[in-house]
Design a protein around this ligand. Structure first.
Ligand code: NAD
Length: 459
């Protein structure tokens, strides 16, 4: 079989090649992970924690090397790639903490007449082998969000990183081995989703599939996984509401970053911006002025804000959606320019809810500004989405903020921030079209463990 060739997304230069895993190679990997499970799950928590802590420190020590690798294999601007490495180190640090506090609870058995005289408690047990499948847009930290909690919980892992950005995961596996992780506790398999990913989801060994990626693939995985436990972290078309009392000095630069970081290829990228009509013109003017100063180009340039998208095809698709919106009556306030995979920050207004740039996940540096008159209408519009990952609202009015918390069917509401905010220990995940289950280390550990009830009757 042809090897998987990984290229620099800005220069096209070949960065490396990896063997592709077919179903037989995937089965061999899952068998190795299953063979490693008894010893790893029996490894004392303090020892697992020490290995995860050592891995966190190694990630920190190799931060520059890893940031350059992420920038090259994914096209992410170096400053955001550096932030990703720092986050991955922190994710492993949280997992080291979490490994030490996984525990069960006692159950008051005599609350039922049936339980009189019995002692009951439950334990949290590792599920076994976790199949982890990850996307291209955070090739290190989204791998960390699966591998670190699984290892903390005592599970072993077979990871299939995104085929366009697998090299940071390969480097992470090396750093984990140097940190003392035993052979087989983390296995990597490489290749395209339909071949390698599907073989992993249908292999009988994994007890769980932990997936982050697009909604279409999430649905396919759910159909394939049978009775395996499944968590799905899928897409979004994030909305943020800006009320007239917002502090625009803070809100404007934050919204600009939220729309264009990583060329808009963030599951939480700001896509729908609802701005009260009293401030909409002033907001749009300042937003466009700030967005126009962003540096587009070589991701390794420390001044770069927006690197290339993952592929020319992805940028062409975004361009087509923008053109379609313009043809249907939208107005362009900025951008629309494309050169190969580079797509310049693009701001639209005059959009309608039916346009793809509004109702689907654009996953590109494209944002739409929609003025509104009544707060309730903004809430309705923000909530009209098949997705439900996170939303943001800028207001100093506590009642309005809490109304948004109650009304929006999402996994997280960020007040006085955009939808993009995430710290790696908070519960994170979506409702409805945005997925099933939660990540954030403690919450991923909960997903990756099962409860075992123990009842002791008098002998
Ligand atoms: P993708 O769904 O194309 O690919 C993700 C992974 O799934 C890759 O490893 C791919 O090889 C694999 N895959 C593809 N087809 C498969 C199949 N049939 N069976 C098994 N595996 C298969 O997604 P992408 O383009 O890499 O990433 C972008 C998407 O990920 C966006 O929708 C984005 O919103 C989402 N995302 C979500 C989160 C989150 O936490 N909610 C975070 C980042 C990205």
């Amino acid at each position: 079989m042809e090897p998987l060739v990984v290229v620099d997304k800005h220069t096209g230069e070949r960065l490396g090649e990896l063997p592709v895993a077919d179903a037989a190679a995937v089965a061999a990997a899952t068998r190795r992970a299953r063979a490693a499970f008894p010893a790893w799950s029996a490894t004392p928590a303090h020892r697992r924690a020490a290995i995860l802590r050592a891995a966190s420190e190694r990630l920190g020590a190799h931060a520059d090397e890893l940031a350059r690798l992420i920038a090259r294999e994914s096209g992410k601007a170096l400053k955001y790639a550096s932030a990703e490495v720092a986050r991955a180190a922190e994710t492993f640090g949280f997992a080291a903490d979490e490994a030490r506090r996984i525990h069960g609870e006692t159950v008051p058995m005599d609350a039922s007449a049936a339980g009189e005289g019995r002692l009951g408690f439950w334990l949290r047990m590792p599920v076994g082998v976790v199949a982890a499948i990850t996307p291209f847009n955070f090739p290190l930290n989204l791998v960390a969000h699966k591998v670190a909690p699984a290892l903390a919980a005592g599970d072993t892992v077979v990871l299939k990183p995104a085929e366009r950005t697998p090299l940071s995961a390969v480097r992470l596996a090396e750093l984990l081995a140097e940190s003392g992780l035993p052979a087989g506790a983390l296995e990597l398999v490489h290749g395209e989703g339909p071949l390698t990913g599907e073989a992993l989801c249908t292999d009988p060994v994994p007890a769980m599939v932990s997936f982050t990626g697009s909604p279409a693939v999430g649905r396919r995985i759910l159909a394939l996984a049978g009775l395996k436990r499944v968590t799905l972290e899928l897409g979004n078309n994030s909305a943020t509401i800006v009320e007239p009392d917002a502090d625009l000095d803070k809100a404007v630069p934050r919204c600009v970053m939220s729309a264009f970081a990583n060329a808009g290829q963030v599951c939480l990228s700001l896509q729908r911006l609802y701005v009260h009509e009293e401030i909409a013109d002033a907001f749009a003017e300042r937003f466009v002025a700030a967005a126009a100063t962003l540096q587009v180009g070589n991701p390794l340039d420390p001044a770069c804000d927006v690197g290339p998208m993952i592929s020319t095809a992805a940028a062409e698709r975004a361009e087509a959606w923008v053109e379609e919106a313009l043809a249907a009556g939208a107005r362009r306030l900025l951008g629309g320019r494309r050169e190969d995979a580079l797509f310049w920050p693009t701001v639209l207004t005059g959009v309608t809810p039916a346009m793809k740039v509004m109702c689907q996940e654009v996953f590109a540096p494209v944002v739409s500004i929609v003025p509104y008159a009544r707060f309730e209408d903004a809430l309705d519009a923000a909530g009209t989405s098949d997705y439900g990952l996170q939303a943001g609202i800028y207001t100093r009015d506590l009642d309005k903020a809490l109304q948004a918390v109650r009304r929006l069917d999402v996994g997280g509401v960020m007040i006085n921030d955009t939808a993009i905010f995430r710290a790696d220990h908070m519960p994170y995940g979506g409702n409805r079209g945005s997925g099933l289950g939660r990540e954030g280390v403690r919450f991923a550990v909960e997903e990756m463990t099962s409860l075992r009830m123990v009842v002791i009757a008098p002998s």
